[in-house]
Ligand binder design. Structure first.
Ligand code: BGC
Length: 761
């Protein structure tokens, strides 16, 4: 029968018109229903496929891979046996793999495309530890959002970030990826990053699903050696490790990644208590958990799983939903189900979680929404993103010392010797985890300084760095055999009014697999510093590094020290602006800087012990908790950082020194800018709970405010304190505040002694 055209049109209009008056949400089928409908159509093989994640295979946009591993991956994609890929990037490349999944597989389920967007995609922002030094949550959120925008334009829709591991041991190379040692600051930064990546609307084409990692306690790897075992008690787990993860979950993070380490004898990947009981049940997390790279298989080496089949069973039962690159779920789930060692409900639950995130990203409505080559061209390296990473870089810099106001430098008529292997390096400032960035794409300090002011710059490398750019997986050492550049460096220093030395770690000397037993300046750099100092002590030391270093000699001799971390693409411009005083540094350390590597792990929120100090009954004896050859305190404490101006704090005013369980009290100080520059200060609030059912640290950060003041200007800063702020995970295994005596501190870093007492009744 031929349907008359006019009748067809009027029928169509009758059908369409009512919908024109309905809102988008009214005509949309709820996501849970769409997930259930799809699940009901899926075969077991297809379900297992969703739980399988593969690393990229190259040349997807070229001729289709015919051989080996790539051929196998291609076949699996077209059969619907792959739910996600990582490390496929670029609108073109992502389109090619997505086309296989969507057009060739039976149900056409789109892939979720993961990538380690840790600090920028092609345009690199400061390493996360550096960004955390800004204590500027809005800036951190914006930085994540800009990274998301650039990556989403290149096909990516899921980042394996934020890394929210609390880190106390600078020997561990991955401290560069996190927010440092404090759970309060770490939680706020965790929220800022999740919100930055995911935005208000996950289905928008410039936002990504975020991933809180590594769940859990990876940052407590014994002796700072990567992948090492972790043995910590409930007090530390709940009060220190878990808060930033809980914060991410509460902020609506879509995914979690588990971790390589074992926690108290159980690999995190198989930890049912962590993944099912705490995360999914108690916190109500409804996204999915991805394993870390091959971490299912690694359970065999841990000595926990008998074989791959057993590893699969352990992972499923513990609640790990997606297998990153170990092929175990793909190969083992079917037989595990047959043998009744896992349940189909567990598989259905995992698949539903994965599909839900894909629906929320809008991938089913348009699988190619992240694959727009035009947009990619426009967004990548745009002015807006470059300006954003420059802003973040300036905010991340920490001024550690400025004796005799060596800084800021004069803009004219100066001879500046610029010395050091990192001074002209365009690669190190990118840091580690910058997979999509072009090598050597950062602005070096030399470039930044040369373009900034009208001074004569005499550059000398002093010691060579590395001969060629090392690969991501290679061990890196800074030259330890060749001092022939010392002579030229000293000659340059002799001629100069001021020397700027750029020293520290090569970009790949921190990061995954980059644990160190020494935390000093690697290679001949310390010797170079001391040699140059002999001919011209008027030195500004600019540090580039991914972790706290031991800087005792420099602190004792060098008048000005600037912690510039690995600051990303705009590094040299940011550093020049700071050195010339057009930007006043305001960063504060998110990790304690040690006096000696032997102090590791070092953190400000330690417990007092029964023998805390030389002032008590043990004065004059050795029998108190200390080292015979070094102080207990750090060289630079958590929260420390100077400015070109000075700030004065008034005494603390407390509205009452008695707080009940359901009231509030206010603590305030008046902050005054007593120097000559406009500047920002991070006013920090710390609390000490003097006795409790489970011992509390000597100080805990409980609030902070970033305040900007003009010279001579004052402002009152007020913090509200209530019982909720004083809660902790107690001996009763619950979050509660316990009545008793507290002290409250307000100051410019964690070593502040400005204090008042109050009682919680
Ligand atoms: C790291 C993860 C990362 C994953 C994928 C692993 O080696 O531990 O943090 O997301 O690789 O690149």
């Amino acid at each position: 029968m031929v349907f008359p055209k006019s009748l067809f049109l009027s029928t169509l209009l009758i059908l369409i018109i009512p919908f024109c008056f309905l809102s988008q949400t009214e005509i949309e089928i709820p996501i849970d229903k769409r997930v259930d409908d799809l699940l009901s159509k899926m075969t077991l093989e297809e379900k297992i496929g969703q739980m399988n994640q593969y690393n990229g295979f190259w040349n997807v946009t070229g001729p289709s891979p015919k051989e080996g591993n790539a051929k196998e991956k291609y076949d699996h994609l077209s059969k619907g046996w792959v739910g996600s890929m990582l490390n496929v990037r670029g609108a073109n490349e992502v389109r090619a793999v997505q086309e296989i999944a969507v057009n060739e597989s039976r149900l056409g389920i789109p892939l979720i495309i993961g990538f380690d967007l840790i600090h920028g995609y092609k345009t690199i922002s400061p390493i996360p530890l550096a960004e955390s030094a800004s204590w500027d949550l809005e800036a951190i959120k914006k930085s994540a959002a800009m990274g998301a925008k650039e990556a989403a334009a290149a096909g990516i829709n899921w980042t394996f970030a934020p890394m929210v591991d609390i880190t106390r041991d600078a020997r561990w190379g991955r401290v560069m990826e996190g927010a440092g040692e404090d759970p309060y600051l770490g939680s706020l930064i965790s929220i800022a990053r999740v919100q930055g990546f995911q935005g208000m609307d996950l289905s928008a084409p410039f936002t990504l699903a975020a991933c809180a990692k590594h769940f859990a306690a990876y940052g407590f790897a014994e002796s700072g050696r990567d992948y090492n075992t972790v043995d910590i008690g409930e007090n530390t787990l709940h009060n220190m490790v878990l808060p930033p993860f809980k914060a991410a979950s509460d902020a609506g993070v879509k995914t979690f990644m588990n971790s390589f380490n074992d926690l108290n004898g159980i690999p995190a990947t198989a930890d049912k208590n962590l993944q099912r009981t705490i995360l999914k049940e108690s916190w109500g997390f409804d996204g999915f958990i991805v394993s870390d790279w091959g971490s299912l298989k690694e359970m065999i080496d841990h000595g926990y799983a008998r074989d791959e089949n057993h590893a699969g069973e352990l992972g499923i039962n513990a609640g790990s939903d997606m297998d990153m690159e170990s092929y175990i779920y793909l190969n083992e789930i079917e037989s595990l189900l047959k043998e009744n060692r896992i349940k189909i409900e567990q598989i259905n639950d995992a698949v539903k979680r994965i599909l839900k995130v894909k629906f929320e990203l809008g991938l089913f409505d348009d699988p190619f929404k992240y694959c727009d080559e035009e947009r990619e061209k426009k967004v990548t390296g745009s002015e807006e993103i470059r300006a954003g990473v420059l802003d973040m870089a300036k905010k991340s810099i920490v001024l550690l010392k400025n004796e005799g106001n060596v800084l800021p430098l004069k803009k004219k008529g100066q001879k500046i010797a610029l010395i050091g292997p990192l001074a002209d390096d365009k690669n190190s400032p990118l840091g580690n985890w910058r997979i999509a960035a072009e090598n050597n794409s950062a602005v070096s300090v030399l470039e930044g300084m040369e373009s900034y002011a009208e001074n004569e710059i005499i550059f000398s490398q002093g010691v060579k760095l590395v001969n060629s750019i090392p690969a991501f997986h290679e061990e890196v050492q800074i030259n330890t055999t060749d001092k022939c550049g010392f002579k030229a460096a000293k000659k340059a220093a002799k001629k100069a009014n001021v020397v700027v030395m750029v020293l520290g770690e090569y970009g790949f000397q921190s990061g995954e697999g980059r644990s160190r037993t020494k935390l000093d300046l690697p290679g001949f750099q310390q010797e170079l510093l001391e040699e140059v100092y002999k001919v011209n002590p008027n030195i500004v030391l600019v540090l580039m590094n991914g972790r706290p270093l031991v800087l005792n000699w420099a602190e004792g001799h060098i008048p000005a020290i600037v912690e510039a971390w690995h600051l990303g693409t705009e590094s040299g411009n940011a550093i020049a602006e700071i050195l010339y005083g057009d930007y006043n540094p305001s960063g504060k350390l998110p990790m304690s800087f040690p006096r000696s590597v032997g102090q590791m792990p070092l953190y400000y929120n330690y417990k007092n012990t029964g023998r805390p100090g030389a002032n008590g009954a043990d004065a004059g004896s050795v029998f108190w908790s200390h080292y015979g050859d070094e102080k207990n305190s750090p060289l630079y404490p958590f929260g420390y950082g100077l400015s070109y101006t000075t700030f004065e704090y008034s005494e603390i005013e407390l509205s009452s020194n008695s707080l009940s369980m359901n009231s509030k009290i206010q603590a305030s100080v008046v902050l005054k800018n007593t120097g000559n520059f406009k500047g920002k200060e991070v006013v920090q609030l710390y609390i000490r709970d003097h006795f409790a059912s489970s011992i509390r640290p000597v100080k805990e950060l409980k609030g902070f405010e970033l305040v900007e003041l003009k010279p001579g200007e004052s402002r009152k800063v007020t913090f509200a304190i209530d019982a909720e702020l004083l809660q902790f995970y107690s001996a009763r295994k619950t979050w509660e505040a316990e009545p008793g005596a507290f002290s409250l501190f307000i100051g410019s870093n964690s070593s502040t002694k400005r204090m008042v007492d109050f009682e919680l009744n």
